[in-house]
Structures are given as structure tokens and as C-alpha cells.
Design a protein around this ligand. Structure first.
Ligand SMILES: Cc1cc2nc3c(=O)[nH]c(=O)nc-3n(C[C@H](O)[C@H](O)[C@H](O)COP(=O)(O)OP(=O)(O)OC[C@H]3O[C@@H](n4cnc5c(N)ncnc54)[C@H](O)[C@@H]3O)c2cc1C
Ligand code: FES
Length: 347
């Protein structure tokens, strides 16, 4: 049976056929819905169900018990069993940022750390679309590879104010066996032309400045958080931010100097690097990054939290923070899942 889905606070209504998930139907209706893995793991497609019933082929792996309790569903797995009312929980300005496929040129390529490559991308000069491309700090793009594969990377910078042709910065972890990253590091021609789709994702700062905010990054998970902080440092920031950056060793702290400077210059920012494999002589925080957060803030009721980085870190942080009283409505995350080699519905 076909069911109708309404989005709270909007005029949008769409129909879901019996053989479709909510996400498939929404995309078929050309709606700008957040999603990532399309297989229940990353929870990028998380929305709150206000009314109605859904069913899943299996329990949604990307949702914590606290999120299920709070009424969240995963659109990529959920099939309606009645008409639904959903709260998309995203600001109207995101509707104007519909993802587009565009070319870009690699302007520079630098090693930021022993295994992190920085890429600066520019839309080609004179491109009619250059001035129009923008994003919300925290969002990501998908690089579109020649063989049809995609690779997701967060935009590590905030859009430049008044830029007619913004620079897009990426921080790419060059893992052994990483197909795109190894190619980009060792084989990509100078000034290569790439294609990307963006802006994507629902990881951006919400209008919740009154809440003290914990930002937690693992490895290159600092990229989208760096973009958010860059935007915050430009204006008078009214938000108290506690930034925790977890990496293995000191050599991985490739933004340490800048983050230290920002925290000295801005009273609203506290920065805590956390090493899981510290060298002798390190007198800072150690261990798992979410545990370092909880040592300093054992009760997170009233806080907002933004997490990005490896899936295991995001999963552990979500669970531990919910147990510490964090409200699921104020928990936002980007789980850096590995690329899926085929992306159904995106062709
Ligand atoms: C929303 C989002 C934003 C992201 N942003 C960033 C970012 O800013 N920076 C960044 O570095 N990464 C980011 N990622 C992660 C990145 O997209 C993936 O790691 C991607 O797979 C890298 O592509 P690659 O071709 O270099 O490596 P791949 O060929 O995809 O492989 C990467 C590494 O992972 C290993 N691997 C692959 N699949 C698995 C698996 N299932 N289990 C265990 N190991 C596996 C490979 O052997 C290799 O070592 C993001 C991911 C998402 C979903
Ligand atoms: S897109 Fe639904 S969980 Fe990843």
C-alpha cells in the first residue's frame, strides 16, 4: 500500500510505494534529504518521526538506544506502515544548497602530516557556477572518480566571505590500500581536473549557541570541525566550545598550532588534544577521546555535541554521551565510513 509522508513545518508531501524506503521515495521526488551509506550504518539520514509507524528489515544499526527512544528513524531503511509526519530538523537555508555536480581544479597538494594530504580545489576560472557554489561549514563533498566510484571528504574550511570563486580545502588520510588517497598522493597530475558533487550532509552548526558545546574529532575528523571553528572565529561567538581532538601521537596533530592560537585568542574556545599512543614526555590528555571528554564533563545534560571521525569513535561517543545525559536532539555527527563501491540510486 502507498503511504504519504509529510515534513513538519513545510508544505512538502510525498508518496512512498510499497517497494520503497522513505529515502528512496524522497530522492525520487527530488527532495534535498541528508544521507550517506544507504545501508543503516552512518545515520546521516536520521530524522525524527512525529507520527506514524515504520518497519525495518533489521534493527537500524546506526541508531543508539537513546535515539530510538527519542523517536529517530533511519530513512534509508525505514518503510512506512502508515502515513508519516517527519521532522527533518534542518534549517531552511539548507534547501537552497542543493547538491550539484561540478568540475574543479587541484590548485595545490601538500602533506599536512605524515599520512594526511591537504588538497586545495578551485572551480575553473570563468565557470558560470563558480560564484554560486557555497556550503555550510561542516558539510562534505563526494569526489566522482572516473570509474563511477565516489569518495566522501569534508570541506575543511568555511566559505570565504564574498568570494566569487571559493577555495575548497580537503584533508585526506592516506591509508595503505586507500585507492583514491594513494592515487592523489602519488600519481595525480599537477593541476588535475576532478569532478565532485556537493554540498552534502547534515553536519553543520545548529542554532544552539546558548548551550555549551563539545566538539569531538578523531584524526581527519578535525576537518569539518575546523571549518565550523573558522566560521565561529570570524564573528563574535557567543557559544562556549570545548574542542577535543583525538589522534595517535603528537606527529598527527597537524593543526595543533592553529588550534592553540585560536584558543589563546578566543576566550570562548578551550582546546584539548588527546593522544591514544603518547610518547614519553607528553603531559597532556591521553586515552580514548570520548573518555577524555567525560573526565572533564561527566554530566552532559544541557550540552550540544558535534562528533566527527572514525565510525568506532562516533559510535562510542554517541553511546557514552547519551549515558551522561546528552539529549539526542542536540547530538550531531559525521561518521567517516569507508566508501561503498556502488551507490544505488545515485546513478
Ligand atoms: C561524510 C564523510 C566525510 C568524510 N570525510 C573525510 C575527510 O574529511 N577526510 C578523510 O580522510 N576521510 C573522510 N571520510 C572517509 C573517506 O571517505 C573514506 O575513508 C574513503 O574510503 C577514503 O577513500 P580511499 O579511496 O582513499 O580509500 P579506500 O580505497 O576506500 O580505503 C581506505 C582504507 O580503508 C580500508 N578499508 C576500506 N574499507 C574497509 C572496511 N570496510 N573495513 C576496514 N578497512 C577498510 C582500506 O584498506 C584502506 O586502508 C569521510 C567519509 C564520510 C562518509
Ligand atoms: S544513509 Fe541511512 S544510515 Fe547511512
Amino acid at each position: 500500500m502507498t503511504h504519504r509522508v509529510r515534513l513538519a513545518g513545510r508544505e512538502t508531501v510525498f508518496e512512498v510505494s510499497p517497494d520503497e524506503t522513505v529515502l528512496q521515495a524522497g530522492l525520487r521526488h527530488h527532495l534535498a534529504l541528508p544521507f550517506g551509506c544507504q545501508s543503516g550504518g552512518c545515520a546521516s539520514c536520521r530524522v525524527r518521526k512525529l507520527e506514524g509507524l515504520v518497519e525495518y528489515p533489521f534493527p537500524p544499526p546506526g541508531l543508539s538506544a537513546a535515539e530510538v527512544e527519542a523517536g529517530y528513524i533511519l530513512m534509508c531503511l525505514a518503510r512506512p506502515r502508515s502515513d508519516l509526519l517527519l521532522d527533518l530538523h534542518q534549517p531552511p537555508q539548507l534547501d537552497a544548497l542543493r547538491p550539484r555536480q561540478l568540475p574543479c581544479r587541484v590548485q595545490s597538494r601538500t602533506w599536512l602530516a605524515h599520512d594526511v594530504l591537504g588538497l586545495s580545489l578551485k572551480l575553473p576560472r570563468g565557470s558560470a557556477s563558480a560564484g554560486a557554489f557555497t556550503w555550510m561549514p561542516g558539510q562534505y563533498i563526494d569526489l566522482l572518480l572516473d570509474d563511477g566510484r565516489r569518495r566522501s571528504f569534508s570541506l575543511a574550511n568555511a566559505p570565504q566571505v564574498d568570494a566569487t570563486n571559493p577555495t575548497l580545502e580537503l584533508h585526506i588520510r592516506v591509508a595503505p590500500g586507500g585507492r583514491f588517497a594513494q592515487w592523489a598522493a602519488h600519481e595525480m597530475p599537477e593541476r588535475a581536473i576532478l569532478r565532485f558533487e556537493g554540498p552534502l550532509g547534515a553536519f553543520y552548526l545548529r542554532d544552539d549557541a546558548a548551550r555549551p558545546t563539545v566538539m569531538v574529532a578523531g584524526g581527519t575528523g578535525i576537518a569539518p570541525i575546523h571549518a565550523m571553528l573558522e566560521a565561529l572565529t570570524r564573528d563574535a561567538c557567543e557559544r562556549r566550545v570545548y574542542l577535543y581532538w583525538g589522534v595517535r601521537a603528537q606527529r598527527d596533530l597537524y593543526l595543533h598550532e592553529r588550534l592553540t592560537q585560536w584558543s589563546r585568542r578566543h576566550a570562548w574556545l578551550r582546546y584539548v588534544p588527546v593522544l591514544s599512543e603518547p610518547e614519553p614526555g607528553w603531559d597532556g590528555a591521553t586515552g580514548l577521546v570520548h573518555e577524555a571528554v567525560l573526565r572533564a564533563h561527566p554530566v552532559l545534560r544541557g550540552f550540544a555535541a558535534y562528533l566527527s571521525g572514525p565510525p568506532a569513535m562516533v559510535r562510542a561517543g554517541k553511546q557514552a554521551f547519551a549515558a551522561a545525559g546528552l539529549d539526542a536532539d542536540h547530538l550531531f555527527y559525521d561518521s567517516f565510513d569507508y566508501a561503498h563501491e556502488t551507490w544505488p540510486g545515485m546513478a
